[in-house]
Each structure stands twice: as structure tokens, then as C-alpha cells.
Design a protein around this ligand. Sequence first.
Ligand code: ATP
Length: 500
Amino acid sequence: MKHSTVDMLASYIDALHPIIYINHFDSKVIDEAISRVGEFVKCVEFNNALGLIDFKTKSPVQECNLEQFLKLTMDDGFENETFLILKDIHEELSNPKVIALLKRIAENNLYKDNYNATIFIQSETIIIPRELENYITVFDIPLPTTSEILDIIHSFIADMDIVVEEDTINDIALSFKGLNEFQIKQILNLAYQDGGCIDKDDKLLILKEKEQFIKKAGMLEIVNFSETVDDIGGLENLKDWLHRKAHIFANLDKAIKFGVDVPKGIMIIGMPGCGKSLTAKATASLFEIPLVRLDVGRLLGKYVGESEQNMRRALKLSEAISPCVLWIDEIEKAFAGVSGDGGGNEVTTRLFGQFLTWMQEKENTVFIVATANDISKMPPEFLRKGRFDELFFVDLPNGEERRKILDIHLKKRHKWNKNIDSIALIKETEGFNGADLEAVVKDTIEKAFIDGDDSITTEKLIATVKDTKSISNTLKEKIESIKKTIQKIDIKPASRIDEH
Ligand code: ATP
């Protein structure tokens, strides 16, 4: 158990926080922290199934329900300093009698000089009754810092009596970022059993294990993909920028030591079907880290405070698998109604604030890729420089970009040949987006197959182009409106302008 956790817990108790709500799954970790803080304190524990149990031995002492337990122990604080440790009792927190008893203990603790009892509630679900709001402090067990992770690894290596290079230790320590002590030890054990040593290859194992933690929690979605930066036609400015950040990610340890800031993320705004999602995937592939998607809609819950709790858990979870790319698709929809026009939805506004604060304060290796079409309703705070490292605008592809996109999709299907007249195609496809161009290639190839005619020619491609309604025709107004809003903000073009 880390000192920082114990110190923080102790300072909460000293500051007379009467009810400390510990949002954590692992009883063992919590018990260890409480026993450290309460070395000379009387500790009584309530177990949902067994009633009053001995905190140290966990053996049953007296069968009772929570209400009876509180009545039994509420005066203990007059005799000794007491910790009342209540595990997994969140369902009981709607019982008015339980609430009244907890309140009484909390008030005694605050106002009676000769009374000293602190209540600990440990649960993975946070439910805070309104009546107790002012007495409860939520305590998150801080995740180990890099130097604490290094300590854990070093002591593991010493215990196992193995030799591991310092470079490897530093490297895997960063991959462990965001996991708790228990999980780190578990993975170290696995890695050790796997090959009898710890080496750089174990980074893969760490990532796999992290994926397991995420799947179990179900708040984020791990996106599997095969796309790389080479699948993106054009967007050269954006790709150059990503290549530079990838260099930092690949050498994170050295970069941080050198004084480089950990990249925070990018916002990609622009026309539909022009490669924004593709870029999110390519980023993860370039950085060689997993891609996880945050769907804000999925976090919305029925009960008061539930959505905020889900958001907190999802963000913590993303930290748990960091380094990773956290992709928020259509962010304007995720936080719809947050704009300053007064029509905002209270819950989404709160979630949005929570997300902004997290972004502002974040010092982890979660790289955010936020993608959006229409930002006219986005709150300006979001677009301010400093939140993201950079904002990029993805426009409809210019001529050279259209050529590249067509080439990519033809080559992918092994149908590219040097006789295809790209100049003619560029002329005919003005106003097409990437998705339109992909459709042209697909449809032409499909038709050629059906007609039993193998060759793909410029004429055939142009014939399909003429049959295709491009985005510029179907979404004219939307495109105009996106262009207008973009002019008002400080944003970089994703494409290299001189390629027009
Ligand atoms: P939306 O705003 O509709 O979500 P998007 O900008 O995220 O669109 P993508 O999903 O990345 O668009 O693109 C759709 C498909 O179009 C991709 O799967 C890809 O095959 C093709 N495509 C789009 N842009 C490009 C590009 N620049 N290079 C190669 N293919 C592209």
C-alpha cells in the first residue's frame, strides 16, 4: 500500500470528514489502508451477509442488519476512537432509518468533543442520499505514480531474484500507468510465469490484460481496426503532426525526462466522410497503442448522479489502459445542448464540465481524438487552445488528395494500373468526399465483375462518377454551414494547401 493513500486517508480523518465513501472494488486494499491509518483505533466492520464481524480476522461476531449494527455501535465513539467500516451497503442508503443513524453518528463526530467515530463506506457504486451530502466525502484511491510503480516492479524483481535491464523497467513502468497496485502485481506474476523473466515483450501482455479490465467494466469500447496512416489519402499537415507526436509517444520516457509535455490530443472538425474516423484509427496504429471509444450517450443513467459517476469511471478506466487513444466520435452530439443558448440539458452540461476539468488537469497518457462535423453549437470553452494540442479542419479533398484517395482504394483491391488518367478523374470528381471516391472505386469494380470484363479503365471510372451523387450535391447546406463556422475559429487545415 502506497504511503500517499494512507497519508491522504489520514488527513481526511484529521479534517473531521465524518463519512468517507471509498469508491473501490478491492476490499483487501482498503482494509490495508484503514489498518495503517487506524493502527490504534477500534475497528468494527459490517458485512452484508454476516452482520458485525471482526475487522482483523473477518470472523462473524453477531448477526444483525445494518440498522441494528449502527444502533449497536453508534456509541462506541464515546469510549474509544472508532472506525465503523461498512462494506457494499449502497442498497441500504435509501432506508430512512439507516440515513438517520448515519447522520447522528456524523453529527456527534462533528459537534461532540468527547466523541470520535469515523464511518467508512466501501462500494463500487456511489449512492449519496441528499440528507447526507454534507457529511460524505468521496475518496478515490489514487493510482500509483510512476515512481511508485517503479518501486513495485523493483520489489517484485528482488522477490523473484531475477535481473531486468533498467531500460526495460522504465519502459514497462509507463505501460502500467493507470493500473492499481493489485493489478500491477497480478500482471507481473503472469509475465514472470510466462517466460521466467520480465522483458520488453511483456508490454504486449500488459496491454492485453488492460483490455480485459476494460471489457469487464463495459464503459468503453475497444475498437479493433486494421487501418494505418498509409490508408489516408491527403491530409498531409495532419499526418505530419501525428508523426511528430508519435515520435514522442514512442520515446515517452526520454521525452518526459527531456522536458517535453505529454501530448493531450486533437480535435478534428470537418466535412462528413473525409477521413476523420480513419484518422482516429490511424493515430492509434501510428502510436502503437489501443483505440478505445467513449460513447457519452451510453453513460447517461436514470438516477441522480449516475451519469456523472459513469463518466468518472469511464475516464478512470481510460487512464487504466493508458497509453491509449480515447476517441470521442461526433463530440458535438455527445455534448448536445451544452451551448450558451440557454437550452442546455443539465446532466450533459455537468458531464461536459467534468470532462473539461479532467482534460485540463490530465497528466496521463490518454491521447484524445475528438471528431466533429458541425461545431456551430459547441461551447467555445471547448475549442480554446490549450484544451487540445491542436484543432484541425478536414475539408473536402483537393485535386491531388482525390487522386491519392482513388489510388489507395484501387490499390487496396489490386486494381490500380498506370494507364488510369488521374488528371481526367480529378476534373470529374470536384466536390466528392473520400467516402464518395471509395464508392466510385467499389461500384466500378463490382460492375466490371458482373459484366465479366476484367479491366478497370478511366472511362469506366468516369461513367460511375457520373452516376454518383456526391456529398456536395446531397448535403450542400450542411457543407456551407460547416465552412462558415470554421472561419470564425483558429484552426489549422489538415490538408497541405499548396497541393491544390
Ligand atoms: P463522418 O463525419 O460521416 O463520420 P468521417 O470523416 O469520419 O465521416 P470516415 O469514416 O473516416 O469519415 O470515412 C468514410 C470512408 O471513406 C472511410 O472508411 C474511407 O474508406 C473513405 N475515406 C474518407 N476519407 C478518406 C481519405 N482521406 N483517404 C482514404 N479514404 C478515405
